[in-house]
Design a binder for this molecule. Structure first.
Ligand code: ZN
Length: 289
């Protein structure tokens, strides 16, 4: 599935502590989004950054009858991006009409641009959860894109943005997998002597399986490590658990084959999957011929 990163309104007036509409935790969200920006660059997937870009007399400003302090006025420091975009970033400019507010990044051709690039899933973060992020996400879902919310990469104007989060999830968005959260889920899985270890490298998540094993060649007890499995950031909690068990199944099949390779005994293991037993039996026959 082709993926893209969409960063909503990460601009000084929202993110910086001295911004005219500073959102609490804005810089922490920016730090998280910077990591995702690096991840998207490394993966060479499209990056879209939206920006509020108001004329000085915008109708959303208090002195012109609106509800907000003046913010993100065109060509001022407050309107600058917190993460400076490179030339290949798709910049979506909104709020230029003095008479109308525009929260969503989905206008003009954004949906068509994304479809032309074959994008099906958007990872979304930015500011603020309960206004521009929410409006953008709801429009993205209405345009039938899959949406993974970067929970730590967004902050709300009011409170924690929990209500807005629930609304987005109800509309069909899911949370992007966070490495600490994923490790917590894996720590809760208990299966024989297997340990599930997650590590993050350049924003990619990898699952390692560590298990006690008897080296069938030397007969010495030791620790085995399975090759790492890639875990998609779009993975859900249930999906992660399923992947972990599928990986264990492969490890067990592999171990069963190894065991039969060198020993003319059939280790009795009630947990061994039937397919592994059959395969191991065939391997044993092949080995003896
Ligand atoms: Zn605005």
């Amino acid at each position: 599935m082709t993926e893209a990163l969409l960063i909503v309104d990460l601009q000084h007036d929202f993110a910086s502590p001295d911004g005219s509409m500073a959102v609490e935790g804005g810089m922490a969200a920016a730090q998280v989004m910077l990591e995702w920006y690096g991840w998207a660059k490394h993966r060479e997937i499209p990056i879209i950054m939206s920006r509020d870009w108001h004329p000085e007399t915008h109708s959303s400003f208090k002195q012109y009858g609106g509800q907000w302090p003046a913010h993100c006025v065109q060509n001022t420091r407050g309107a600058m991006f917190t993460i400076p975009p490179s030339d290949d970033v798709i910049v979506i400019t909104k709020g230029t009409d003095a008479t109308a507010d525009q929260y969503s990044a989905f206008h003009d051709d954004l949906a068509a641009i994304l479809r032309a690039k074959g994008v099906q899933r958007l990872y979304v973060g930015g500011l603020a959860t309960d206004y521009c992020v929410k409006a953008t996400v709801l429009d993205a879902l209405a345009e039938l894109f899959h949406v993974s919310l970067i929970r730590e990469g967004m902050r709300a104007v009011e409170g924690t943005g929990e209500m807005a989060g629930k609304e987005m999830i109800k509309a069909g968005a899911t949370f992007a997998m966070d490495s600490a959260e994923a490790q917590g889920i894996l720590d809760d899985i208990s299966y024989k002597d297997y340990r599930f270890i997650l590590h993050e490298e350049r924003g990619e998540l990898w699952l390692h399986i560590q298990y006690d094993r008897l080296d069938t060649f030397t007969g010495i007890d030791g620790i085995g490590y399975a090759r790492p499995w890639h875990i998609s950031r779009a993975q859900t909690e249930t999906g992660l658990v399923k992947t972990a068990f599928a990986a264990v199944k492969l490890v067990e099949e592999h171990e069963a084959m190894e065991a039969f390779k060198y020993r003319d005994v059939r280790p009795f293991d009630p947990h061994m999957p039937l397919a592994a037993l059959i395969r191991a039996e065939r391997t044993k026959e092949a080995f003896q011929q």
